[in-house]
Write a new protein. Structure first.
Length: 123
């Protein structure tokens, strides 16, 4: 179960996906918010300092991979997970740190919660 400090930011331009995922995390005791663009996500990271961010790879203007790199600069303690509904060439993910998992959509809620739990530091 999530601790009070565990904040999860869901970044997806599909509002239904983002909002539904936020509700899943809130139900499990996390503080969760949604951002629907990379720009909105960067503002949320600076203001809210999430523990974990789940980023859709395919975002308009700035993709999730570039966003992940910027988020790491803005909030070094935030753990980042990338998700994608499409197969993506391996070379696109070159240079992504091993502690930044990339998983395929759709992700069953129980699996997503388990991934996030693994990303959070042990308490």
């Amino acid at each position: 179960m999530a601790g009070q400090r565990d904040r999860v930011l869901i970044v997806d331009d599909d509002r239904t996906v983002a909002d539904t995922t936020v509700l899943i995390f809130i139900k499990e005791g996390y503080w969760a918010k949604a951002a629907y663009s990379a720009e909105e996500a960067l503002a949320q990271v600076r203001e809210w300092q999430p523990s974990v961010a789940i980023l859709d790879v395919h975002l308009p203007k700035l993709d999730g991979i570039a966003l992940a790199r910027l988020m790491r600069l803005a909030c070094p303690d935030c753990r980042v997970m990338l998700i994608s509904a499409e197969n993506i060439a391996e070379d696109l993910f070159a240079g992504i740190p091993d502690d930044m998992p990339v998983i395929a959509k759709p992700v069953p809620p129980a699996e997503l919660l388990a991934f996030v739990d693994q990303l959070l530091p042990a308490r």
